[in-house]
Every structure is written in structure tokens, then in C-alpha cells.
Ligand binder design. Structure first.
Ligand code: ASP
Ligand code: MG
Length: 418
């Protein structure tokens, strides 16, 4: 039993879908579940159609129409009209889904997180209808399998219920059929839809792998494997062949974008090997995350986060920053859902590094402004280096100002300007 995950970039055109089919045919032996994301940048487009987002009716229609054309064009290339003039049944399915999407985007807003999930879920529903038809696979609505609570946009998985659904509804299908299902989306109470957080399809594949006791899980990506840095930020990357589960968890935690942070735990728990392979060069070996003792090859690992803000929070009454103050500060961050990428405490101020978001910064000021003075420095880069040496640090910093530094034996984190 294996689980494959194909992300948006691997299904962004008819040619790309054909490539997915060829990979499944060549490498997908035995019972296989194929988890697919929305095509290309569809989720970003759907985010603009969530009820409550300022959108004139004209613009709403235009955006919807663009999405329809994008998907129909792919379907037309994959499923040519028959010589008798018959259109493939997938077009009727797409029509139905776009009618439902139209209705979803015309609703009056009820609450952003809820409305978001009821809207963006169509990206995965649409892509999987096309991919399943092309692969002649069984299409499964994952909302009937993976169940979460009502924490929309970041659903918490109900593992017990999901396990039962996998046993009852998914396993029997896998006896003699290839299954295609959606990443990212799930079923929530009251027949509603939830999502697992952006880029959550990796996590979907991990949940299903865990519940199915899969032998392997494979994420097919546009990079040759797990690299020691994101090639968008760093030129001389090294592909890692083997990565211990614990290392992959650390890297995802620090912000490595190769896998979704929640992906590793469910598969580690069952000792399932996680393969990361390239859909561009599928014959190449890729990387394996598994029960190893150390990374191979031994190499420094880099994680860069741009557009960071360093916030200094100082009590107005010049008191020390201690438990009582910290409690107030953390409560504000938790309430707004602001993720702290790095924090440091001194006697008179508390510093945090966060992703730049003007709206959230303004709300933080509002919540904390009475008791604290807030200073901030924007346009910074957070650099995390695992297995650093002084020489490496010097090369990466290269004379730039270092505003904050934290080091442990294996890891150094630096907040630097340009
Ligand atoms: N389509 C979703 C997103 O773009 C989920 C995913 O790609 O994993 O975030
Ligand atoms: Mg994606």
C-alpha cells in the first residue's frame, strides 16, 4: 500500500497531468492512493472569491470565469470530443462543480474562516475530478474520510473517526482500484468542509498513510528532493539522500518549505518512509525521510525567511519583563494567531521576530499599546543554520547588520538586515 501526493505545480496543465499519469503507471505498483492539490495557483484565486472579500459583482464573475476557462481548457486537451461528437462525462461534473462554486461565492458572509473553507475547497474537488477521469481511477471525496473539528482553516483531525472511515470506506475500494482524492480539505461537523492550512495536502497524504499503514509515502515535487536550502534563496544547494524524521520535523518547524510542518509526525509514528522525488526527473533517486541516525550527506542546512519584522515590546512602567508581563504578551499573540518565529527576553524588553503583516501588527498595537511601548524594525531576514561553523556564519552574514542572534549547539538563528 502506497500513497502519492502531487502538488499544484505538478497538475498545472494538460501536459503536467499526462506526466502524473505516466509516473503513476510506471512507479505506482499495488494498491495506491493518489492525493492531489488544486491546479497551479487556483487556491490563491479562490481566496479572492471568498464571500466578504471586497469584490464587485463584475469582478466576481470575471474571476470565476477565468478559473472555469483555465480548467476547461485543460480538460479539453485531455478529453477530446469523440468522432461521434460526444463530450467526456467529466465536463458535466465540472459544470456541476462550477455551479456550486458560483453559489458559494454569492452567499452573504457568515464568518471569514468558515466561508473560506466552503469556497477554496473547490480547487481540489475540481482538480481531482479531472485527474481521476484521466487516470481512469476511482474518485473519492476525502470529506467523507478525513474528519476534523469546526476549527475552520486549520482543522484538528479527529483521528478515531478518520480511522473508522478509512477502514469502512477507503480500504475496500483499494482492493482492486486506483484511488484519487483531494489534499488539503476535510469533512467538518454538520456536513460542512474544513481545510488543514495552506499547503496542507502533504498533511492529508500523511494522515491517509498513517491510517492505511502504508509502506511508503511519496511527495512528487518540482525539486530533486530534500535540499539543504530553498533554491529560491540559495544558489549552491545540496540534495540530501537520507534525513532522520526528527531532523525533518526541526527543519519544517524552522520554516523549510519542502514539507508541511504537520506531515512528519503521523508517518514517523508508524515508521513509514517518506520519499521526496522530482516529477520532472522521476527516474532520479530523490530523498528519503526515515528512521536514520543522521543526515546523509553531512552538510549545513539553511532556512531563510524574508520580510520579517523584529518587534521590541517594552513595559511602559519600566518594570522587568517577567511572568506576568509575558502572560499578557503571549495572550495577545495567541488571540490574533500570530506565529512567533524567534523570541528573546532581556530585563527591560521582549523581542520577537514575526512575518510582516500590517493588519496583525496594528491589532497587536491595539491590544498591547496600553501597557507596552512597541518598536519595530521591518524588511529583515531570519536565517536559521543547522550544523553551522563560524566560517559559514561569516559568509552568510557578509557584513550585514545582525539585530539578534540565538545559538544552540546545532542551530544558530540570526535576524539580519540588508
Ligand atoms: N491547494 C492548497 C494550497 O495551495 C493545498 C496544497 O497545495 O497543499 O495551499
Ligand atoms: Mg501547493
Amino acid at each position: 500500500m502506497n500513497v502519492y501526493k502531487f502538488g499544484g505545480a505538478s497538475v498545472n496543465s494538460a501536459q503536467a497531468v499526462r506526466n502524473v499519469a505516466s509516473i503513476v503507471r510506471r512507479f505506482g505498483q499495488g494498491p495506491l492512493v493518489v492525493v492531489v492539490s488544486a491546479m497551479g495557483k487556483t487556491t490563491n484565486q479562490l481566496e479572492l472569491l471568498v464571500p466578504g472579500i471586497p469584490n464587485g459583482e463584475e469582478q466576481r464573475k470575471e474571476r470565476l470565469e477565468k478559473l472555469r476557462q483555465y480548467h476547461e481548457k485543460i480538460a479539453e486537451e485531455l478529453f477530446p470530443v469523440s468522432s461521434a461528437g460526444l463530450r467526456h462525462p467529466v465536463f458535466k461534473q465540472l459544470d456541476d462543480l462550477f455551479s456550486l462554486l458560483d453559489i458559494a461565492t454569492r452567499k452573504s458572509p457568515t464568518g471569514y474562516n468558515f466561508d473560506y473553507d466552503q469556497t477554496v475547497c473547490f480547487g481540489e474537488l475540481i482538480s481531482t475530478v479531472i485527474v481521476a477521469a484521466f487516470l481512469k481511477a476511482q474518485w473519492v471525496d476525502v470529506r467523507g474520510i478525513i474528519r476534523t473539528d469546526a476549527n475552520y482553516r486549520e482543522g484538528h483531525v479527529d483521528w478515531e473517526f478518520t480511522h473508522l472511515n478509512v477502514e469502512k470506506s477507503l480500504k475496500p475500494l483499494l482492493k482492486d482500484r486506483l484511488v484519487v482524492t483531494q489534499g488539503f480539505i476535510a469533512g467538518a461537523p454538520g456536513d460542512t468542509t474544513s481545510t488543514l492550512g495552506r499547503e496542507g495536502s502533504d498533511y492529508t497524504a500523511a494522515i491517509l498513510s498513517h491510517c492505511l499503514d502504508a509502506k511508503d509515502m511519496t511527495i512528487w515535487k518540482d525539486v530533486p528532493g530534500f535540499l539543504n536550502a530553498d533554491p529560491k534563496f540559495f544558489r549552491d544547494t545540496v540534495k540530501m539522500n537520507r534525513i532522520p524524521y526528527s531532523e525533518a520535523i526541526e527543519l519544517a518547524y524552522y520554516g523549510a518549505s519542502v514539507i508541511h510542518p504537520k506531515t512528519v509526525q503521523p508517518i514517523q509514528n508508524k515508521n513509514i518512509a517518506l520519499h521526496i522525488r522530482s516529477f520532472v526527473t522521476p527516474d532520479a533517486e530523490g530523498s528519503i525521510v526515515g528512521p536514520y541516525d543522521g543526515i546523509d550527506p553531512q552538510t549545513p542546512l539553511y532556512i531563510f525567511r524574508n520580510d520579517q519584522v523584529l518587534l521590541s515590546i517594552l513595559p511602559r512602567d519600566f518594570s522587568f519583563v517577567a511572568e506576568d508581563n509575558l502572560q499578557v504578551i503571549f495572550a495577545a499573540f495567541a488571540r490574533l494567531g500570530v506565529r512567533i518565529n524567534l523570541m528573546q527576553n532581556s530585563a527591560l524588553s521582549f523581542s520577537v521576530c514575526v512575518d510582516h503583516n500590517e493588519v496583525l501588527l496594528a491589532q497587536l498595537r491595539e491590544l498591547l499599546g496600553k501597557d507596552f511601548r512597541l518598536r519595530h524594525n521591518a524588511g529583515l531576514q531570519l536565517v536559521t543554520i543547522r550544523y553551522y561553523t563560524q566560517d559559514i556564519i561569516d559568509r552568510i552574514v557578509a557584513g550585514r547588520p545582525v539585530l539578534l542572534e540565538q545559538r544552540s549547539r546545532a542551530t544558530i538563528q540570526l535576524v539580519v538586515g540588508w
